[in-house]
Structures are given as structure tokens and as C-alpha cells.
Design a protein around this ligand. Sequence first.
Ligand SMILES: *Cc1c(COP(=O)(O)O)cnc(C)c1O
Length: 408
Amino acid sequence: MVQINSNYLKLKAGYLFPEIARRVNTFSEANPQSNLIRLGIGDVTEPLPQACCEAMKKAIEEMSSYSGFHGYGPEQGYLWLRESIAKNDFQSRGCEISAEEIFISDGSKCDSSNILDILGDGNRIAVTDPVYPVYVDSNVMAGQTGSAISSGRYKGLSYIPLNAENGFQAEIPSESIDLIYLCFPNNPTGAVASKNQLARWVDYAVKNEALILFDAAYESFIQDSSLPHSIFEIDGSRECAIEFRSFSKNAGFTGTRCACTVIPKSLKGKASNGEVVDLWSLWNRRQSTKFNGVSYIVQRGAEAVYSVEGQAQIQKLVNFYMENAEIIRTDLCKLGYKVYGGEHAPYVWIETPKGQDSWEFFDFLLNKANVIGTPGSGFGAAGEGYFRLSAFNSRTNVKEAMQRISGI
Ligand SMILES: *Cc1c(COP(=O)(O)O)cnc(C)c1O
């Protein structure tokens, strides 16, 4: 019989979102009249920017003619899109990133897990707790962890707790780590990192020859111009960091699919025989073999994000979600909840009321207000006692949800 990858059996059975779905279904069956408001899963709700739609329509038209037809594109992505990204997202902020260092993909979720393909075994790996579950589960699947322990953590991973006491800022580890996952603005806590805080991570990584995997999926939600949008705004980062970017949250591409990964050509790793190798070359080799690129039509849609109209339209989307976040923040504060995040991220992270753990508060909101959120404990053991509300929803739903919560 065929052998399976037994690492999959280590994954915790009760994965967060299926468990939420199960509880919501049970509730809906018992209360078929109820009108639930979902402030849970982190998917966008507003339609695509007009500029992106126009560009994709035009690209479809092109594809219907001999002269405009495009077959397989470059595995790394079309140069015009990579140049637009390099110029607008990086060079304009003083980051020394060239189009060649950008790899277009169909999502940051896959890139942030696929990156393990080019990394070896035996790295000491650190994640924050709470954390975006993809970073942890992809390491479990790749056999980079031991088995799950009762707290829901895995043996062999280092966890850096994020809590109100440390302002949801990961403390620099005292031990030596080879691989660190950072996400700012953060999902789920909504926290953001200052230049100084990122600089401390870059210093640590350079000193310890560690690699930082920096997830910047929410950079467009940053409201304060002094905060860094990219790890490459920090000196030394070209020697220690890979950055993941996505059009999912800023331009609503969650269902359209386009993202990119930035790997500086100066980034190095060590082979088991001691040889020092460029990570860029390995990722290029990996993508050329296992990936055939994002559709021409979608890349044209992503390119339109950088047009004048596109920029105005995505700014409007971000502002809309951030106004939702502000409503959630202020209303919950008035009700006496301890509220974090939501200022530079579309997530509000609240402390559950005394005597209720994350799942109890989930059931309480579901039953009493018919509002669905996400239990903090689903993002890691240190998320226990917290709860995530997402600003991705209509204004009507957000206001209605706050109204209902104020009535319980
Ligand atoms: C939504 C999200 C992404 C984007 O993933 P895609 O696959 O590009 O849609 C990446 N990282 C985090 C933490 C996210 O929440």
C-alpha cells in the first residue's frame, strides 16, 4: 500500500475554521430564523476596484485575437508587473529592491508555506503565539516539528508570546533561532511594528545568520506615515529577509488570486556540505519547476492597482474597512471591553470578559448577539482570553453587530 506523509497525522484535528463552522451550523439549525453577522473569517467583502476589472476585461479581449493571445507566461511573472511593484511598493519607499527580485504568484498563503521547499531540515524555527496558522501547519506538514502537545503547541517549535503586557510585540529570543516568521500589521492581533522594532529583528537575524520571513499582507492598512510598510526599509534586511506581499486585502483579490514574494539576490543560506548558496536561485528553480505562473489576465488586473485610478480606488477600499475598524474599536471601548489593534490593520483584538475563555465568549456572542467572531485560542495557546473581530464587512452589518453587542 502507498505510504502517506505521516506528518499530516500530527495536525490538530479541531482546526479553527471548521470548528467555528460546526458551532455556527448547530446554532443555525436550532435557530433557523436568526440573522447571523459574520465578523469572523478574514475575507474581504467589497467588490474589486473598477480599474482592475477594466484591465482584466481588456486582457480577455486581447486573448481572443492571434496578436493578443498569451500562452504560458514567465514563471517569475511578467516583467511589467514586477517593475510596477518594484517601483511603487519598494523603490518609492527607499527600498533597494529590483524587479528581478520579485516573484509573482497566486497567493501569499502558498508562498509562505512553499518556501519550506528550499529550506533544509534541522532549522530552529520561531513563530509568534498567537500566529497565522499557515506558518505552523506548513512546518508540521514538512516534518519540521514534533508532535502536538496538550497546549495545542508543537514540540520542536519556539513560540514567542504576544500579549497585552508586551504590547503584542514579539520579544527578541534569547536563544539562537535560524528561521523567524513575522507578520506586521499583524493577523490576528492587529498590532504593527515600528522601524526600531523591525531594526532590532534585523540586527538579531544578521548577528545569528537567521532568516526572517516577513508577511506584509496588511501593509496598505498602515495609517501612520512613520511606520514601515516593508522589512526592506530596514538597513541590513537584504542579508536576512524574504517578504510576502499580496493583492488579496488591499485590492480585494482574495478570489482573483495574485501576490508576490521578494527575495533579495544578496540573501544566502548554507547547504549540508557547508556550501553557501543564493536563496534567490533556489526559489527561481523551485518556481520554474513547480509553478507555471499567474494568468495573464489576472496580472493585468494587478498591474492596474498601480494606475492613478487604481491607487485612488484601493485607498477608498482601505479607508472603508478602516472606518469599520474604528466603529468596532470605539463602540467596544465604550462598552468597557479592552480593545487592541484596529488602528493599522483590519482586525480588532479584544480581551474576553472576566470568567469567559475564548470559546465561551464565541458561544456567548453567537447566542446572545448572533455575531460570529474568531476565538483567540484558535491562533495559539497565548491567544486564550482574546477574541478577533474583523472589519471586513458592510457598514450596515458592522453597525448592526455593534448595536446587538451593546444590547447584551
Ligand atoms: C490574508 C492573508 C494573506 C494573504 O494570503 P493570499 O494567499 O495572498 O490570499 C497572507 N498572510 C496573512 C497573515 C493573511 O491574513
